[in-house]
Design a protein around this ligand. Sequence first.
Ligand code: FAD
Length: 322
Amino acid sequence: MTTTTNAYVASLPMVLTEVEVSHVERVSPSYVRLELGGSGLAECGRSGPLLDQRMKIVFPNAAGALPSFAGMDSSWWDTWLAIPEDERGSIRTYTVRDLVGSGVDTRIVVDVVVHDPDEHSGPGNDWALQASVGDRVIVLAPRLGHEFGGIEWSPGSASRLLLVGDETAVPAIRGILRDLPDDASGAAFLEVPFADDVQRDVVAPDGVEITWIPRGDAMRGASLHAAVVAWLTGAAAAAPTVGDDEVDPDLWETPVYSSSGEEVAAATQVPADTPHAGLYAWIAGESKVVTGLRRRLVNELGVDRGQVAFMGYWREGVAMRS
Ligand SMILES: Cc1cc2nc3c(=O)[nH]c(=O)nc-3n(C[C@H](O)[C@H](O)[C@H](O)COP(=O)(O)OP(=O)(O)OC[C@H]3O[C@@H](n4cnc5c(N)ncnc54)[C@H](O)[C@@H]3O)c2cc1C
């Protein structure tokens, strides 16, 4: 396998480079924590807080080989897509849980959710379940001094914050909580598969109440939905049934963007007499669960679309492509 150590495509506003697993740990039943390092990460970083900073990982193809991005220019994405599918490997989205070290010793920490590979597995899950020190992947990550996006947390002047997510959104919610100002107030609801997946070392302002919801055998998102509605209204409510055809395949709606093309107003324009004015909600996880929460908050509780980010991080039964 190639041992490229420098970042590919120097002109990109992000770092695209091959990295090596320098540490791997199964921290709980559903999480594999990885540290990825390589001299190509020397310029990896952000001048501001990481919050929910996303990144991409390119996993090796079925033969265990990684593609090379050497010589590619800013159209690397199209060039990579033109490589036959069985050769180019697979790309998936994750969250930069943390950045440790500096210079050529910079390492990206990522928490990858793992689940039984006999049910709905994909390249990310398969790779993480077997990852060991020395394994190599390619990352696309933030580059110091360049703003390329990848952060959705944007509460504007909201006075009451709501963070909601499943196991895949835990790294992002942890990052946001860590980076909030000390006087922030609100609540975070995190659904994880098992009680042993609850992370007791979350750093957050005192005014943000954190509720972990181990799912166990319950239906995905059911307890999460009930807890969020109870926090907003004082009364619990069952999650609505969402049909397969009612889920936007690319569900991504923020105060300034909608994957469905719907026009949205920025949070600062929400009239004071709107129900839950002052709220900003960040909601990410399985698309059907997020769709159910969207329906409840926007259609039934009257929360303005400009106050909420709804993000389908993954979709049950569907492989992500990027
Ligand atoms: C902005 C963003 C940030 C993200 N951050 C993280 C992160 O930090 N850590 C993380 O683990 N994930 C994160 N995700 C989610 C991750 O990208 C998806 O779970 C992705 O589908 C995993 O790829 P895969 O190759 O394992 O499965 P895919 O090939 O995409 O899917 C194969 C099958 O696995 C199923 N599947 C996928 N994910 C899960 C899951 N979590 N549980 C059960 N079944 C699943 C699919 O429904 C499908 O049937 C993030 C997604 C986004 C958009």
